[in-house]
Ligand binder design. Structure first.
Ligand code: FPP
Length: 246
C-alpha cells in the first residue's frame, strides 16, 4: 500500500509524538541482548525523522528515556546513554543537511555528563534550522514536568508576581518543558502496548492515539505514513458533536 500518497497535505498533524517501544522484545526474538534492539532502534529513529520532515510535519517528539527507565539493569542504562551520545554526534550532519533542529525535554541536566554535553552540542549546532524540530524526551515524565510547573507557579504566587486566579491552562502550558510547541495531534506507540506511560500527559489531552503492533526496530516510513492516514480518517470533535464540526 502506498500510504504516503494517501496523505492529505492540507490536514497534516503539526506535531507527532512517538513512544518507541519493543526494542527489547525484538532483540529477544532474535536471541540477542536488549542493547542490540536499541542499536537497531536508531535506524527507525532516522527513518521516522526523515519521513516526518519529507511530508512537512513541524514537530516530532520521541520518548527516548523516561524517569522510570533508571530502574533498568545498570548495563542497559549505560549502553543507552552511550548510544545517545554516539547517535547525536553521528546524526548532526544529517540534521544540518535536512535543516532539522534538535531539542530536548525532560531533566537532561541530570543525565550522565557526556550525554548531557552531546545534547547541548546537538541543540546548539542545529539551533538555526527551521524545517522541522526533532524533540527527544529524555529523563522525562509527564507527572514530573507538571509537578515542576506547579512548583514554579506556586513560587510566583507566593512572591506576589501572579495571582492564583491568573493560573490558566495556557499559563500551565507555558510552564511545561514543551512551552512554545503545539500540542501533538497524533501519538503513535509501537509494539502492541496500549498505554501512555507518563508521556506528555497534559499535551496529549486531545491527541488521537495510534497503536501499531510492530516492534520499534522494524518500524519504517510506510508504517509511519499509515498512522497519519489513519489519523486523517478520524473525526476530531474536541467534545462537540459531528454537525458542529461540519
Ligand atoms: C523501548 O523499548 C525503547 C527505549 C526505552 C529506548 C529507545 C531508544 C532508542 C531507540 C535508541 C536511541 C534513541 C535516540 C533518540 C538516539 P523497550 O526496551 O522498552 O522494549 P521492550 O518493551 O520490548 O522491553
Amino acid at each position: 500500500m502506498d500510504w504516503k500518497n494517501k496523505i492529505d497535505q492540507d490536514r497534516l498533524p503539526e506535531h507527532i509524538a512517538v513512544i518507541m517501544d519493543g526494542n527489547g522484545r525484538w532483540a529477544k526474538e532474535k536471541g540477542k541482548p536488549r542493547v542490540f534492539g536499541h542499536r537497531n532502534g536508531v535506524k527507525s529513529v532516522r527513518e521516522v525523522t526523515e519521513a516526518a520532515a519529507e511530508i512537512g510535519v513541524k514537530y516530532l517528539t520521541l520518548y527516548a528515556f523516561s524517569t522510570e527507565n533508571w530502574g533498568r539493569p545498570k548495563l542497559e542504562v549505560s549502553a543507552l546513554m552511550r548510544l545517545l551520545v554516539e547517535t547525536v554526534y553521528q546524526e548532526t550532519n544529517t540534521l544540518m543537511e535536512n535543516n532539522i533542529r534538535l531539542q530536548a525535554i525532560g531533566e537532561i541536566d541530570k543525565l550522565p555528563k557526556a550525554t548531557y554535553q552531546a545534547l547541548l552540542d546537538g541543540i546548539e549546532n542545529t539551533k538555526d534550522n527551521d524545517r522541522m524540530t526533532l524533540v527527544l524526551a529524555l529523563n522525562y515524565s509527564g507527572r514530573s514536568d507538571l509537578t515542576k510547573a506547579a512548583q514554579n507557579l506556586a513560587t510566583q504566587v507566593a512572591e506576589g508576581k501572579i495571582a492564583a486566579d491568573d493560573i490558566s491552562p495556557e499559563l500551565i502550558s507555558n510552564h511545561l518543558s514543551t512551552a512554545g510547541m503545539p500540542d501533538p495531534e497524533l501519538l503513535i506507540r509501537t509494539s502492541g502496548e496500549a498505554r501512555i506511560s507518563n508521556f506528555l500527559l497534559w499535551e496529549l489531552a486531545y491527541a488521537e492515539l495510534f497503536f501499531s503492533p510492530i516492534f520499534w526496530p522494524d518500524f519504517r516510513k510506510p508504517d509511519f505514513y499509515q498512522a497519519i492516514v489513519d489519523y486523517q480518517q478520524r473525526e476530531r470533535r474536541f467534545g462537540k458533536i459531528s454537525e458542529q464540526i461540519a
